[in-house]
Structure formats: structure tokens, C-alpha cells
Design a protein around this ligand. Structure first.
Ligand code: SF4
Ligand code: SF4
Length: 450
């Protein structure tokens, strides 16, 4: 048996090697993923992050009596029949939380420069919410708030909206005030990129310290221009946005293109993937990913109708495969740490700031669930606690290999449901990570032997 990855620290010290009990019958831990490879069988433990390779002979032994492979028991790949896998995983997460000292101050800010937008996407979750731009006076107070709460440390800012560039002056102002106060910062942005012209890209690189932009494309030219419904009528928005993507890449700013897939645009997105491949294939800082669109404003029927849902997920897999073939996806690899938090919502060092000066915890809550205001000191402890509450486990969790990394926040609309297709996608992602890490391991070993 070859150990490709051992148990991650510090859990190695905490768990130690599992003692083998003479009279126990063993089974594989519920969090073990198998992947056949040419040289045998890879086993990856999603809880301890260990990965081993078994030869064919060892696979036969494993299938007849796990105790004949004591190392599998010692490394927690196998446990006694009555073992409570879920409990051990939850304990590991608690320990991870205790070990990772949260640090002082707030150093990650998602700033809504405006809740207004220059596009009118039919699926936008902001539809029906008030459209408010941040005022100059509020922007000044936002900068003061950051300066007063970052504890002298560098901050990361995500510009969000609405469309953040639809109120560009407040970005410029906040960045200038931070610079003048000596606060170090870098930023990212979720934008439709319509307004990201050459002059803006220059400023974004030099003054906003912009490192990454996420841009959503809904389809090829005809579909995109129809579904975005920009307020400007005289320009081909699709060509404009792709040109702006090129400007960003030329300036060394990473672009992550998101393709929202639904019942109707799946085939068109395959064509778009080819177009993106032709235009951007080989560009280092460009990645593309797709996401099924099942939000509140999406056809509810598609969510509740299992057949339609399966159809969308099947198309999504096909699309991801095409993007992979075109070299447009981000490289996959296995996670090598025990997850202790989900996102900004359950991280005490992150907040959102709305155009009104309200402080929140999640970018999807732009008009309620606030936990404070930039005009007042202190945050609402009860509101913050509420964002950390978890959904109860569902039946499928007991046998789900993703359980150790699945932190389902009760208030998160993105993960309100867990469908079999989600679980299958996660499993596929883990298997791809296993294959990628194994390839790297083989290459390194090969280089050492050479
Ligand atoms: S992915 Fe679904 S089944 Fe798996 S642990 Fe999370 S909620 Fe449970
Ligand atoms: S939508 Fe969900 S994942 Fe995103 S910030 Fe909110 S809670 Fe976190």
C-alpha cells in the first residue's frame, strides 16, 4: 500500500493511529471514495484527507477481510461496524474551528456600490428590491469604517451590486481614502463588465488593485443580448463584454466566466463554450465554469420536477466536459485542509456593506437580515449567530462522502436543497481531484527516480 497523502495536520496528532481491536469486524468509513486507476485502486478519505493506493492483491484482501490490511484501519479508512462516522466528522470540524484562531478585526468587505444595474436579467435575485446608489458621503464613511475595523491589516474588497461599475465614483473614492490612510488592499468584482472599458481597466489595475472579475454570460450573441436587456440600445453588448474581457486579461487581471445553465439555454452554452475556446483558449488567467440556475426567480417547476432537473444537470455535465476539453476550466485538486467554515456568512472577519450603510453577512441579503450599520459601533451578536445556524442533516447525509466538507447554513439560499444530482457532481469533483493529485504524485516520484 502506498500512502500518497497522509492525514492532514494537526488531526494526525489528534486522531493518532487507530488501534486495531482483535474481536471487531471492520467496514470502510462512510467518507471513503474509491477510484480505480491502472496501478490498482485509490482510496481517499474526505474526513482526514489521506489518500492511499492499493495494488490489485491488496484490493482482494480488502474485499475479503479489512483486518488483513491493518494500515487501512490505523489510518482511519476502516472503522468498527458500529462506529459513528458522522459524530467523528463533526468533532473534527469543531476542533478545526478551535485551532484556527480567527484573528482580530474585519479584513474582508463585500461592498455594494449600488443595488441598481444597467442590465435587466430575468433571473436576477435583486429584482423587485429597491435600487439605491451609494452616496459620496456614505462612501467616505465606508472608508472610515474599514480603516477603523481592519486592525491595521491588509483588506480584501469585493465590489458587488447591482452592477458595481454603475456607481464607479464610490470605488475610486473609497480606494483613494484607504490609500491615503496607509491601508493596504486588493479587490475583486462581480460585474457584467459592460462598463469595463480601457480607461476603467487602467484605473482598476493601478488604483483599485483589482485582481479578479467574475462575469456572467448567458449565451451566444443573440441569447446574451436578449437576456441581459441592457438599458443602452445602440451597442452590441455581447461583443463589448468579450472585448472588455480581453482588456482585463491583457492587463493581468483574472477573469472567471460563469455560465448560468437552465432548461432553455443549455445547447446554446455549448456553442458559447466553443466560441470562448476559440477566442480565449490558452489564456492563463481565464477560467469558465457553469452553474445550474435554480434560484428563486427560476421556473419553480424545474426544481420540483425531477425529470427536468436531471435534464439540466446532465446538460451541465456535458458543458463542463466540453469546457475541460477546451482547457477553459480551473485546475482541479484535492482539498488538503479540514473545512471549519462555509463562507463570509459564518466568518467573523467578513461583512457586507450596503449602499445605505447597513452591514450584513451574506451578499444575497441586500435588503434584510442586517447585523449593524456603519454609523454605529458594534454588531448584532444574535444576527451573526443566526447566520451560523445549520440545516438539520437529511437522511442522505449518513452515507454521503461530502459530509465532512458540507456546511449547510440555514440562511443560505444557494444550498437550501440537496438533490441527488448535487451529490453526484460533488463525488465526480472529488474523483477528478484524486486523479489529478495521483498524476502529480506519479510525476514527482518519476522525477525522483530519474
Ligand atoms: S451534500 Fe447533501 S447529502 Fe451530502 S452531506 Fe451535504 S446535505 Fe447531506
Ligand atoms: S449565498 Fe450562501 S454561500 Fe453565498 S455568501 Fe450567502 S450564505 Fe454564503
Amino acid at each position: 500500500m502506498q500512502v500518497i497523502h497522509s492525514i492532514v495536520r494537526p488531526f494526525h496528532q489528534l486522531l493518532g493511529l487507530q488501534k486495531i481491536q482483535a474481536d471487531e469486524t471492520y467496514r470502510l468509513l462512510a467518507f471513503v471514495v474509491e477510484l480505480p486507476v491502472d496501478e490498482g485502486l485509490l482510496l481517499y478519505n474526505t474526513m482526514s484527507k489521506a489518500m492511499v493506493l492499493l495494488s490489485e492483491d491488496e484490493v482482494a484482501l480488502m474485499n475479503s477481510d479489512l483486518r488483513s490490511l491493518p494500515q487501512l484501519i490505523e489510518l482511519w479508512f476502516a472503522v468498527p461496524l458500529s462506529h459513528d462516522d458522522g459524530l467523528l466528522s463533526r468533532q473534527m470540524r469543531q476542533v478545526a474551528k478551535l485551532i484556527r484562531k480567527p484573528g482580530k478585526g474585519i479584513n474582508k468587505y463585500t461592498i455594494f456600490t449600488t443595488t441598481d444595474c444597467n442590465a435587466r436579467c430575468f433571473y436576477c435575485y435583486e429584482l423587485g428590491r429597491p435600487r439605491i446608489p451609494m452616496s459620496e458621503a456614505t462612501a467616505r464613511k465606508v472608508a472610515d469604517y474599514i480603516i477603523g475595523h481592519c486592525n491595521g491589516q491588509a483588506v480584501g474588497i469585493e465590489w458587488f451590486g447591482g452592477e458595481p461599475l454603475y456607481n464607479k465614483p464610490v470605488i475610486t473614492l473609497i480606494c483613494r481614502l484607504l490609500r491615503e490612510s496607509g491601508v493596504k488592499y486588493h479587490s475583486s468584482m462581480v460585474s457584467n463588465a459592460y462598463l469595463m472599458d480601457a480607461e476603467t481597466v487602467e484605473e482598476a489595475s493601478a488604483d483599485w488593485m483589482l485582481k479578479r472579475v467574475q462575469i456572467t454570460l448567458d449565451g451566444t450573441e443573440r441569447v446574451y443580448n436578449r437576456s441581459k436587456a441592457y438599458i443602452y440600445k445602440d451597442v452590441n453588448a455581447y461583443h463589448r463584454v468579450l472585448h472588455h474581457t480581453e482588456l482585463l486579461l491583457d492587463k493581468g487581471i483574472s477573469v472567471n466566466i460563469r455560465l448560468n445553465i437552465d432548461m432553455h439555454n443549455a445547447d446554446d452554452l455549448l456553442l458559447l463554450a466553443d466560441e470562448l475556446g476559440q477566442r480565449f483558449g490558452g489564456r492563463k488567467r481565464l477560467t469558465v465554469y457553469s452553474h445550474p440556475l435554480f434560484g428563486v426567480n427560476m421556473e419553480k417547476a424545474a426544481v420540483n420536477d425531477a425529470e427536468k432537473r436531471k435534464h439540466v444537470y446532465a446538460k451541465q455535465r456535458q458543458l463542463m466536459e466540453r469546457l475541460r476539453q477546451l482547457g477553459l476550466t480551473a485546475p482541479v485538486s484535492l482539498q488538503r485542509y479540514v473545512k471549519s467554515g462555509q463562507c463570509m456568512a459564518d466568518n467573523d472577519r467578513c461583512v457586507t456593506i450596503l449602499p445605505t450603510g447597513h452591514i450584513g453577512k451574506c451578499e444575497h441579503y441586500s435588503d434584510n437580515h442586517f447585523v449593524g450599520h456603519i454609523d454605529a459601533e458594534g454588531l448584532d451578536a444574535e444576527g451573526i449567530r443566526e447566520f451560523k445556524e445549520l440545516h438539520d442533516d437529511i437522511d442522505a447525509c449518513a452515507q454521503c462522502v461530502s459530509y465532512p466538507d458540507c456546511i449547510r447554513l440555514r440562511l443560505c439560499e444557494n444550498i437550501a436543497k440537496c438533490y441527488p444530482e448535487d451529490r453526484a457532481d460533488k463525488l465526480e469533483g472529488i474523483r477528478q481531484g484524486m486523479a489529478a493529485n495521483y498524476q502529480k504524485y506519479k510525476q514527482q516520484n518519476h522525477e525522483i527516480q530519474d
